[in-house]
Design a protein around this ligand. Structure first.
Ligand code: FE2
Length: 270
């Protein structure tokens, strides 16, 4: 699996607090079946003033530490970019890093304040040749009222990335239900760990991939954590990437008798 969103670099944001934690996170990722992790610290004016150059240097340094510790995890770079002034020119001037230098970049909407011009922002970045990957919209405090706007963003051409832990109930039942809805509605392109630590936000994906598979099936679950992340790394045109299958017929919310039965059957035959 490839994890395109993880705060594993030590001491650079609110992710891994030090090198020993970062190394243990890397070990967890490898044990979970992740082969490549994109280190994507926050770029958040006034809070986390990370830079493209600083992130690349931190990835290089951490790569050396992984080699010294004999941990077979490949690394690449990106950033979890909040709304910043001059977003498009920042990408064009390479002040803001995209994922692995591709046309795809992580875009984190404000957690508590709805963006009045989300559609314009998506439009402008797409028009400039970039593909915004909207990170974990299911966790936004205003997602219920704004859900149609994120569907519209996906319709425009933005990609949607869910946090694995959301599907496992790690952020509560409400977030889990919204995450399931994003999957069921056929607008979810990627699943990523958004790992921050070794406790409640680990850099793992296997369990979440299985939870996604119960909703969208094994083939699409694999696309969420392997094929589409690989397409991002290869900088493929989104038109050349496997489209997200539309609405999943017959799907039932977690805990319903139908999904409980399906869970029982998939456990039996897995
Ligand atoms: Fe993040």
């Amino acid at each position: 699996m490839i994890d395109l969103h993880c705060h594993m670099l030590p001491g650079i944001d609110d992710g891994a607090r030090d090198l020993p934690t970062a190394l243990k996170m890397a070990e967890l990722a490898v044990a979970d079946g992740i082969t490549l992790t994109a280190c994507t610290p926050h770029i958040y004016p006034g809070l986390f003033e990370n830079t493209h150059t600083g992130i690349r240097q931190a990835v290089e340094a951490f790569r050396r530490e992984l080699a010294a510790a004999d941990i077979p995890l490949e690394l690449t770079y990106g950033a979890d970019i909040q709304v910043v002034p001059e977003l498009v020119s920042g990408l064009q001037n390479k002040v803001l890093p995209t994922l692995h230098g591709s046309r795809y970049f992580l875009f984190e909407p404000p957690h508590h304040v709805s963006l009045p011009r989300l559609g314009d922002l998506i439009h402008n970045t797409l028009l400039s040749g970039y593909v915004p990957v909207i990170t974990h919209p299911e966790r936004l405090s205003y997602i219920e009222s704004d859900y149609p706007r994120f569907l519209a963003a996906a319709e425009q051409g933005a990609w949607i990335q869910l946090t694995g832990g959301s599907l496992l109930g790690r952020f509560g039942r409400r977030v889990q239900q919204v995450a399931e809805r994003f999957l069921r509605d056929g607008v979810t392109h990627l699943l990523a760990s958004d790992g921050h630590n070794l406790s409640n936000r680990t850099p793992e994906l296997a369990e979440a991939r299985a939870a996604a598979a119960a909703i969208v099936g094994e083939d699409e679950a694999r696309r969420l954590v392997q094929e589409r992340p690989a397409a991002v790394i290869a900088n493929l045109n989104p038109a050349a990437v496997a489209p997200v299958p539309a609405h999943q017929p017959g799907w039932q919310p977690a805990g319903s008798s139908a999904s409980a039965r399906r869970g029982w059957f998939s456990r039996l035959f897995s």
